[in-house]
Write a protein that binds this ligand. Structure first.
Ligand SMILES: Cc1ncc(COP(=O)(O)O)c(C=O)c1O
Length: 276
């Protein structure tokens, strides 16, 4: 018997209703701007937009875009960047690439539950480590260590966090990095809210903090895999709430092709980096 499909209830509910109701009280993103309003904010002309040819785009992101994204991450190169449509696509391809039936995944909770369901739908076992309200939404070191058990393949972190907006403290961050290194796990860090902090200080990316990192999406996520020498880069996406969408993904195409689960053409989505 095949395992029961774990739906992503939040997005299912939203996509069913959000374009059919008169008043949407559930949206958590910013109110969408028009192109004209955006150009106005940047005091930019619309002419270059009108000159864009509607042909096939470069599917991994244009060279210029990937160069600019890479420039945001010390030590990253455009070859390490994969541009995706939304951070959710980045999260998806990362899980698709990395997870096999029987793998173990540790996921920060509460969370945007996309990867929680994806992991199980790819046959992996998902284990949670909690953020605790009474600790200002910090996790306990011991719970992190228990969830990231030996043999864990992937650790999923969202930082800044949804739904609390909390940014992990240095100690928790270090515990996650150290424990992932210890067990040889990748870390997928969804940093989609980086740059949307209300405190004014931009959250430091996990990219570059240890041996390997992979970020996903609109602001980004990052994944780390300590023992790997492969390097991936940031990637970019669009996000409903208009945050930056960056993502560190897999290395150049030879590696990327190995990302396909059932198809030789599927894109890769995770990126790693080795640090000194
Ligand atoms: C933590 C997190 N990751 C990813 C997404 C999906 O982002 P996108 O719309 O860019 O696919 C969301 C959307 O709310 C989110 O909260």
């Amino acid at each position: 018997m095949s395992p029961k499909f774990v739906p992503f209830d939040l997005e299912r509910w939203q996509s069913t209703w959000e374009n059919r109701v008169r008043f949407n009280l559930s949206e958590s993103g910013v109110h969408p701007l028009s192109v004209q309003e955006l150009l106005g904010l940047a005091a930019a002309s619309a002419v270059p937009l009108l000159e864009v040819r509607l042909g096939y785009a470069q599917s991994n992101g244009s060279d210029l875009l990937r160069e600019r994204i890479a420039a945001l991450y010390p030590g990253a190169s455009p070859d390490q960047v994969l541009v995706t449509t939304g951070s959710s696509e980045a999260n998806f391809v990362t899980c698709w690439r990395l997870l096999e039936p029987g793998d173990k995944v540790a996921v920060m909770m509460p969370n945007y539950l996309q990867t929680w369901g994806l992991a199980q739908n790819f046959g992996a076992q998902a284990k949670a480590f909690q953020l605790h309200e009474k600790e200002g939404w910090e996790p306990y070191a011991e719970e992190i260590r228990t969830a990231i058990a030996p043999g864990t393949k992937l650790v999923v972190v969202t930082n800044p966090h949804n739904p609390t907006g909390h940014v992990l403290g240095d100690a928790a961050r270090k515990t996650i990095l150290d424990r992932a290194a210890e067990v040889g796990a990748w870390i997928l860090v969804d940093e989609v809210y980086q740059g949307a902090e209300r405190g004014g200080k931009t959250t430091q990316s996990f990219w570059g903090r240890r041996r390997t990192a992979c970020r996903a999406s609109a602001s980004a996520g990052s994944s780390q895999r300590p023992r790997s020498a492969r390097r991936h880069g940031p990637g970019t996406t669009t996000r409903r709430s208009a945050h930056r969408a960056r993502r560190i993904t897999s290395p150049p195409w030879p590696w990327t092709r190995t990302c396909a689960r059932n198809s030789s053409t599927a894109p890769a989505a995770s990126c790693t980096r080795t640090f000194p």
